[in-house]
Design a binder for this molecule. Structure first.
Ligand SMILES: Nc1ncnc2c1ncn2[C@@H]1O[C@H](COP(=O)(O)OP(=O)(O)O)[C@@H](O)[C@H]1O
Ligand SMILES: [Mg+2]
Length: 254
């Protein structure tokens, strides 16, 4: 029915989902994804952009292997070790920040964990408990925890959502630096085009539900020094593609 496997050498993410339905006890099945294809080269960051409710989290859950109930094929990067940051940080409430990381990555050397905490500005919070952290800090801990396992694929679900503008910008820059320096193959889900252009080497634009990729746009490298005009041109191009897809899906439209 479906197949998730680490790639044999061709280290990229290759997703082809014929369909994903949710079944409720009553009523018709709800189709979340249909005919969705995307390919991400190794070491690149892909940004999945789509409207709320279109199926983005569903897609990440399939890629992460948390939901096997779909038709299609997902080929993961070599070794297939995953790091995932959910929309909610999901930290263990009875463990300190550093213990949350240790529990998730028991093999990680203490020096590596200390360096990660440092890099994410969490060193002074190592002994704090999740209830003592703001959402922005808790997201950073979730990110540190995902990175501590040295993932072959990092999955981030709306990492900046619900943060105020300044915190979102700080975390965005932190994420951009981390994925650039470490060259981790990363898939970031967002509903914000600017965020996608700031973080992604390749944009995957999704239709409304059932989601499929309506356009793939490569962001010119190096992404971090992208001229403002180029970013604006990409944003306009992406908006046009999304609008065209939306118009095409309206009943009565040719
Ligand atoms: N466990 C579930 N059971 C039934 N429907 C679901 C379930 N999870 C998500 N959905 C529905 O599937 C659609 C896509 O959801 P989701 O992937 O969370 O969207 P997004 O992350 O893009 O906002 C929505 O209509 C949502 O209500
Ligand atoms: Mg979601």
């Amino acid at each position: 029915m479906n197949d998730t496997s680490p790639a044999g050498g061709a280290a990229s993410l290759d997703v082809s989902i014929a369909s994903k339905d949710y079944h409720s006890a009553s009523g018709r099945p709800l189709r979340a994804l249909e005919g969705l294809r995307l390919t991400l080269p190794a070491g690149q960051a892909g940004a999945v952009v789509g409207p709320s409710g279109c199926g983005k989290t569903t897609l990440l859950r399939l890629i992460a292997g948390l939901d096997k109930d779909y038709f299609g094929t997902i080929v993961l990067p070599e070794h297939g070790r995953l790091g995932m940051v959910f929309q909610e940080p999901r930290l263990l409430p009875w463990r300190s920040v550093i213990d949350n990381i240790r529990v998730a990555a028991p093999q990680a050397p203490e020096d590596d964990i200390a360096a990660l905490l440092d890099e994410l500005g969490l060193a002074e919070h190592a002994a704090h408990f999740p209830r003592e952290l703001s959402l922005g800090l808790a997201r950073r801990v979730a990110l540190a925890r995902a990175l501590a396992v040295k993932p072959d694929l990092l999955l981030l679900d709306e990492p900046l959502v619900s943060l105020d503008a300044a915190l979102a910008r700080d975390l965005r820059e932190m994420i951009a630096r981390l994925i650039d320096e470490r060259r981790i193959t990363t898939l970031i889900v967002t509903h914000d085009l600017r965020e996608a252009i700031a973080l992604g080497d390749r944009l995957f634009l999704l239709s409304a539900r059932p989601a499929h990729v309506v356009a793939t746009i490569d962001v010119p490298a190096p992404r971090r020094t992208l001229a403002k005009e180029t970013a604006e041109r990409l944003e306009a191009q992406a908006r046009d593609a999304l609008a065209a897809a939306h118009a095409g899906s309206q009943p009565g439209h040719p």
